[in-house]
Design a protein around this ligand. Sequence first.
Ligand SMILES: NC(=O)c1ccc[n+]([C@@H]2O[C@H](COP(=O)([O-])OP(=O)(O)OC[C@H]3O[C@@H](n4cnc5c(N)ncnc54)[C@H](O)[C@@H]3O)[C@@H](O)[C@H]2O)c1
Length: 272
Amino acid sequence: MKDPLQYEGKRVVVTGCASGMGAAAASILVDLGAEVIGLDVQPTEVAVKSFVQVDLRDKASIDAAVVEIGVPVDSIFSIAGLPGAPFSDIDTVVVNFVGARHLIESLVPSMSSGASIVCVASNAGLGWQQDLEALMPIVSTEGFDAGKAWCEANPAAIATGYYPSKKIVNAWVAWRGAQLMEQGIRLNCANPGPTDTAMMPTFEEQNGKALIDAFIGPSGRRSSAAEQAWPMIFMNSPRSSYVAAEAIHVDGGFLGAMTTGQIDINEIMGGL
Ligand SMILES: NC(=O)c1ccc[n+]([C@@H]2O[C@H](COP(=O)([O-])OP(=O)(O)OC[C@H]3O[C@@H](n4cnc5c(N)ncnc54)[C@H](O)[C@@H]3O)[C@@H](O)[C@H]2O)c1
């Protein structure tokens, strides 16, 4: 079978293309024959078709990137992110959700039925369903300015930055993904477990290595960036045409073990 994932000639936007999962996804997509438009705040070494420098903390920068990206857009991989501290809570939630959403929503009008979007959240967002009522006020804000203003007005709700940002992304994908599917545009979410990328040392420094290691689960190891990129590539492929408003947990079995009582999340969190 030629081009089994059907990326040949597709115009694909990848944020975070300079490092880690974004660089892995961009590189694989180039190999699959896609026209990759890579976005990041720092330059990339991946041989993308075009590179657009963007700062997802800055609305004007995102708006300029949207113009540079042009039309049409077949798929978006929203992978860029911040780990929380040492970055501020506001910057973390703006990059991981508010700015990412602004970029996606600005590109949606140039997408047709059959187009697809995947957002990277994290296993750090586990339990978002229980917090849905508290998450919906930010999830349902309209636009960059309103999203950022909500964060500024509700510092307690976004305290620590990273965990809330990943819950918000999961909730937004479920909510907005259901709406976009009515236009045939699929929006899904990936929740990676611990992965060896440039972000990992910061996670370990801020949370302690023991806590990060406790999230490894049954696989007994961290994933590679490519092991995170491939499931996203599959979700955004037309082959996944009935997968929408969904979250995939790419965590080496952690969620399965937790859900069936083989891992006690309270013990992990409480013991540290
Ligand atoms: N590494 C892990 O263990 C892990 C686990 C779960 C989820 N994640 C998530 O995976 C995604 C990718 O992270 P990674 O692990 O590949 O880390 P990484 O640090 O290697 O890559 C993150 C990329 O985001 C870019 N970025 C940061 N701020 C930006 C901004 N303001 N504007 C534009 N680009 C910006 C960086 O330049 C970098 O290229 C992130 O959303 C992260 O939260 C990572």
